[in-house]
Design a protein around this ligand. Structure first.
Ligand code: NAD
Length: 500
């Protein structure tokens, strides 16, 4: 595997990282935490501090929720759809013109290579333009009722209110926009809590929101830890909905915390997605496809196709080729534009992933490539794990059952369609899934048979703002993107008018 050296000039810091404390956005102003506390955010490629960030807690959340409530009940409530559309289009233009900077902040803060973060332009800007379009397309319906007498009945779609948005670190810019976009389109207000590992691009987007003219209090951004700021937001009695993305364990806590005021909840959680390769697949596209279904973003993608099921007849050849592909990827600090695989986000994540590597070996899986973190040279200073392929994996092994969230493929052989459907579905999760075949009948059978929110055939992780994304089973409920995403932020009110 090629190992990149840090290129000259790659320590360039965007102007946003000016050495000052990064404050939180409440009611249109940048403020310190009520406690005065700050926390450190670190570059995972070097282990060095990038910035200190205001550490929000309950009191800050209270202030942010109060600001969001005031904004929701103030003039924002009366803005016309086309005005919200215009705001979203301005924000889209600002994100477009600052994409390089946001890409660099994501890269520095959570490690993904520039080759990946720069490529988010279409998705980030496209999402905002999609929600801008939807802002003027929200409508209720008139319904013919059968009551005696004369009644007119129709429905109104109304914004659900104050939304608490809690996001993970694995794609900070797009995760931020994915929550804020539908809120602005529907007329909700937001308190966003970024992940403590990577809060910088959310805060920079906060500046762009103000520049776009989003009124004070409509979007508030409170960085801080999950157990404090996040928990306070999830339990807050004046929050109407939580839009959460993260692990299923935190998702369960969010549901419990929401019980106090029975707020609405949508959950985008993790997975252990099956990626099924039939012997009739096109090897030229399915080898890199199946490899990058896991190695992209160092495996830190919720829908990564980590259970790689390969038809027995081509198992050895296919697994060998995927391992070889992994060895050919360039690993290094994400600021090197040629790097394809960056570090894991944090030391904690490194420990978690290396723990799974050890467990895999102990359980009898055979590492065909990778299998250990880098211990020598420059890469030993950061949180780097090479693309790893385990062969001889059985369904009951821990590495085949639990989400690792690292660049680790568990390759498992199978024999026929009925068997693979049963085994692919033998998981408590249901987020993504892949099928590689040239046989249309097999593709259709699996597309219908797999219990997961997305099935990708002869591709993996394709995403579009108009196409719904979300989970079955313990991968969560609710959908993001698509028409259904707007509905998650809307209440339906029935109006009855007796006319005779
Ligand atoms: P995490 O659940 O630990 O943290 C996610 C967010 O929740 C962070 O902002 C964190 O501070 C906050 N949080 C933690 N404890 C909390 C609590 N008690 N109350 C309220 N908030 C709390 O997840 P992570 O490790 O940051 O992210 C990785 C996980 O996210 C993986 O499981 C991955 O699959 C999942 N994920 C899912 C999607 C999706 O769209 N389905 C996308 C990205 C990541």
């Amino acid at each position: 595997m090629a190992i990149a050296k840090q290129p000259a000039g790659s320590d360039t810091r965007p102007p946003f990282l000016d050495g000052g404390v990064k404050r939180m956005l409440i009611d249109g102003r940048w403020v310190e935490a009520a406690s005065g506390k700050t926390f450190s955010t670190v570059n995972p490629a070097t282990g060095q501090e990038l910035a200190r960030v205001a550490e929000g807690d309950r009191e800050d959340i209270d202030r942010a929720v109060a600001a969001a409530r005031r904004a929701f009940e103030g003039p924002w409530r009366k803005t016309k759809p086309f005005e919200r559309q215009l705001l979203l289009l301005k924000l889209a233009d600002l994100v477009d013109s600052h994409l390089e900077e946001l890409a660099l902040l994501d890269t520095l803060d959570m490690g993904a290579p520039l080759s990946r973060t720069r490529a988010m332009r279409l998705r980030a800007v496209g999402m905002l333009r999609y929600y801008a379009g939807m802002a003027t397309a929200i409508h209720g319906e008139t319904i013919e009722n059968s009551l005696p007498g004369e009644y007119v009945t129709f429905t109104l779609k109304e914004p659900v209110g104050v939304v608490g948005a809690i996001i993970p670190w694995n794609s900070p810019t797009t995760a931020t926009l994915w929550k804020i976009g539908p809120a602005l389109a529907t007329g909700c207000t937001v308190v966003l809590k970024p992940a403590e590992e990577a809060p910088l691009s959310s805060l920079r987007i906060g500046e762009l929101l103000l520049e776009a003219g989003v009124p004070a209090g409509v979007v508030n951004i409170v960085p801080g830890y999950g157990e404090t700021a996040g928990a306070a937001l999830a339990a807050h009695p004046d929050v109407d909905k939580i839009a959460f993305t993260g692990s299923h364990l935190t998702g369960q806590k969010i549901v419990q915390a929401s019980a106090g005021n029975l707020k609405r909840v949508s959950l985008e959680l993790g997975g252990k997605s099956p990626d099924v390769v039939f012997a009739d697949c096109d090897l030229e596209t399915s080898v890199p496809g199946a490899a990058m279904a896991v190695f992209s973003n160092s495996g830190q993608i919720c829908s990564a196709g980590t259970r790689l099921f390969v038809e027995q007849r081509i198992y050895d050849e296919f697994v060998g080729r995927v391992a070889e592909f992994g060895r050919g990827l360039k690993v290094g600090p994400g600021v090197d534009p040629d790097v394809q695989i960056g570090p894991l986000v944090s030391e904690a994540q490194l420990e978690r992933v290396t723990g799974y590597l050890e467990t895999g070996k102990r359980e009898g899986a055979r590492p065909v490539s990778g299998g250990e973190r880098y211990r020598d040279g420059e890469l030993a200073k950061g949180y780097f794990v090479p693309p790893t392929v385990f062969a001889d994996v059985r369904d009951d092994m821990k590495i085949a059952r639990e989400e690792i969230f690292g660049p680790v493929i568990s390759a498992i052989p199978f024999r026929d369609v009925d068997e693979i459907l049963r085994r692919a579905n033998a998981t408590p999760f249901g987020l993504g899934s892949g099928v590689w075949t040239q046989d249309l009948a097999k593709a259709h059978r699996l597309a219908r048979g797999i219990r997961a929110g997305s099935v990708w055939v002869n591709c993996y992780q394709a995403m579009d703002p108009a196409v719904p994304f979300g989970g079955y089973k313990m991968s969560g409920y609710g959908r993001e993107s698509g028409l259904q995403h707007l509905e998650e932020y809307l209440n339906v009110k029935a109006v009855w008018i007796k006319t005779g």
